[in-house]
Design a protein around this ligand. Structure first.
Ligand code: NAP
Ligand code: ZN
Length: 364
């Protein structure tokens, strides 16, 4: 049924070739390729991609590390996209050629369900992710932002404040919204004591937002060499999480902790740090399930929850907040030819604090 529908729409829809980097398998390096993109339809925006951030999720997906999400190859990752509009369909009202535009983790959803109607497209049961999701227009799967262009339905295209550095703005589309959304939901404001676990791409954005919201921010890191950066980014305190004495000083004291760690670790040591009704939200997604001691939740009536990116309206709100407060990610800008080296460094927690690919390099 779906194959037939796909075949039909493929015949109706014109397409063109875009340059991209793709992985052919879990152990293959990313390499240059050509991919099909649809010609923009009535409600579509075509974007020339200028910068694309490298999220740890790209690494999880390319290496097929999540048993719940199987990777379809060739895989073109990338969901932190900033660029310039090159063409719009006749029904597009918010964008015109030449405008700055951005795309995050979502490129479509059904628009009808309760989640879509209330601004939570990220929880729509029929959402289409920017890459590795079935592509209803061309068949096959969607291809992400490690490419020179992309075509996206207008509703999923965001406006980029013109004052922001574009290389640093790209990571806002995932690392930014994924940290901003739960911090807003759990009311991170002045006078709150909050923790950020893992000073990577997501973690460093959480520090910047926590500082901008006026909270007292404590960074938990396994990397002593990140201490000075954490303070510079806006942390009030830094705890080396492998030091038990340092951890014990903070027992029962936090309102909220955001855990942005990509690998297996013990969350009990952080649950113990929450005071009454404190919350620990997981945004990091290590493959292996966590063990949680019940007493670490029952005592102090603590809660443990998760959060997944953010809806389109909230992503725009976050971008506008970043524009007003001049917040961008701290990036190492790289040509796409260095993407495999960047992946190796990301797997060793060696990035300060997001790689942003300069997509002009794709043409060289
Ligand atoms: P990242 O830049 O690689 O940062 C992860 C950080 O985790 C590292 O910098 C490191 O910080 C810490 N870490 C790494 N290995 C560790 C270990 N073995 N033990 C303890 N800490 C360790 O990754 P990211 O792009 O921020 O993504 C983080 C996670 O969030 C990934 O799992 C990603 O898939 C997930 N994610 C989720 C969503 C969502 O919607 N929920 C969205 C985007 C990404 P220190 O050096 O400071 O210890
Ligand atoms: Zn991401």
């Amino acid at each position: 049924m779906s194959a037939k529908t796909t075949q039909f729409s493929t015949e109706l829809r014109g397409q063109y070739n875009a340059m991209a980097y793709a992985a052919d398998g879990a152990k293959s390096p990313l390499a240059p390729t050509l991919i099909p993109r649809r010609d923009p339809g009535e409600n579509d925006v075509q974007i020339e991609i200028l910068f694309c951030g490298i999220c740890h999720t790209d690494l999880h997906i390319v290496r097929n590390e999540w048993s719940a999400v199987r990777t379809v190859y060739p895989c073109v990752p990338g969901h932190e996209i900033v660029g310039r509009v090159t063409k719009v369909g006749s029904g597009v009202t918010k964008f015109k050629p030449g405008d700055l535009a951005a795309v995050g983790c979502l490129v479509d959803s059904d628009g009808n369900c309760h989640e879509c109607q209330t601004g939570f497209e990220q929880f729509c049961p029929h959402m289409t992710l920017t890459y590795n999701s079935p592509d209803v227009h061309l068949g096959g799967i969607t291809y992400g932002g490690y490419s020179d262009s992309i075509v996206v339905k207008e509703h999923f295209v965001l406006r980029v404040p013109s004052n922001l550095n574009l290389a640093g703005a790209a990571p806002l589309l995932c690392a930014g919204i994924t940290t901003y959304s739960p911090m807003r939901h759990w009311d991170v404001t002045q006078s709150k004591k909050i923790g950020v676990v893992g000073l990577g791409g997501l973690g460093h954005m959480a520090v910047k937002f926590g500082h901008a919201f006026g909270a007292h921010v404590v960074v938990f890191t396994t990397s002593p060499n990140k201490k000075e950066d954490a303070l510079r980014l806006g942390a009030d305190e830094v705890v080396i999480s492998r030091n038990t004495d340092e951890m014990n000083k903070h027992v029962n004291s936090f309102d909220f902790i955001l855990d942005a760690v990509s690998a297996e670790h013990d969350i009990n040591s952080y649950l113990r740090l929450l005071h009454q009704d404190g919350n620990l939200t997981l945004v990091g997604k290590p493959e292996k399930p966590f063990a949680v001691a019940a007493v670490n939740l029952t005592f102090n009536r603590r809660s443990l929850s998760g959060s997944n990116i953010g809806g389109i309206a909230e992503t725009q709100e976050m971008l506008d907040f970043c524009g007003k407060n001049n917040i961008t990610a701290d990036v190492e800008v790289i040509p796409i030819q260095r993407v495999n080296e960047a992946y190796d460094r990301l797997s060793k927690a060696d990035v300060k604090y997001r790689f942003s690919i300069d997509m002009a390099s794709l043409k060289s």
